[in-house]
Design a protein around this ligand. Structure first.
Ligand code: SF4
Ligand code: SF4
Length: 94
C-alpha cells in the first residue's frame, strides 16, 4: 500500500487558470490538465506520493488534492477511508 495524489474535481479551479500543482510536481507528466473537463488529474503510475501538489493546492486555499492509498495489487485508488474520515471531521464542526 502506498499513497498517491488525487484531485477532487469539484474543488479544483483549473478552469480559472490555476496550474500550481502542475508547475510544482517534480515528476514529468505526472499531474496534468484535463482540457475537456478543465480540471487537473494525476497519472497514478507516475505519482511518487511526495505530497508537494497537495501542499501548494492547500496553501492557495483550494484544498482540491488529497493523498489517498492505492491498492498495490490492483492499482486502484482507495477513497473510502479518506472520505469517511473527512465526513467525521466535518461532523465535529457542526
Ligand atoms: S493546484 Fe489545486 S486547484 Fe490548482 S489546478 Fe491543481 S488541483 Fe486544481
Ligand atoms: S504527490 Fe508529488 S509526484 Fe504525486 S502528483 Fe503530487 S507533486 Fe506529483
Amino acid at each position: 500500500m502506498y499513497n498517491v495524489a488525487f484531485v477532487e474535481d469539484d474543488k479544483c479551479v483549473a478552469e480559472k487558470g490555476c496550474r500550481l500543482c502542475i508547475l510544482y510536481c517534480p515528476e514529468a507528466d505526472c499531474i496534468r490538465l484535463d482540457t475537456r473537463k478543465m480540471k487537473a488529474f494525476v497519472v497514478v503510475n507516475r505519482c511518487k506520493g511526495c505530497d508537494l501538489c497537495a501542499v501548494v493546492c492547500t496553501a492557495a486555499k483550494h484544498d482540491a488534492i488529497i493523498m489517498a492509498p492505492v491498492n498495490g495489487a490492483t492499482g486502484e485508488i482507495i477513497l473510502g477511508a479518506h472520505k469517511a474520515e473527512a465526513a467525521a471531521l466535518g461532523q465535529a464542526y457542526q
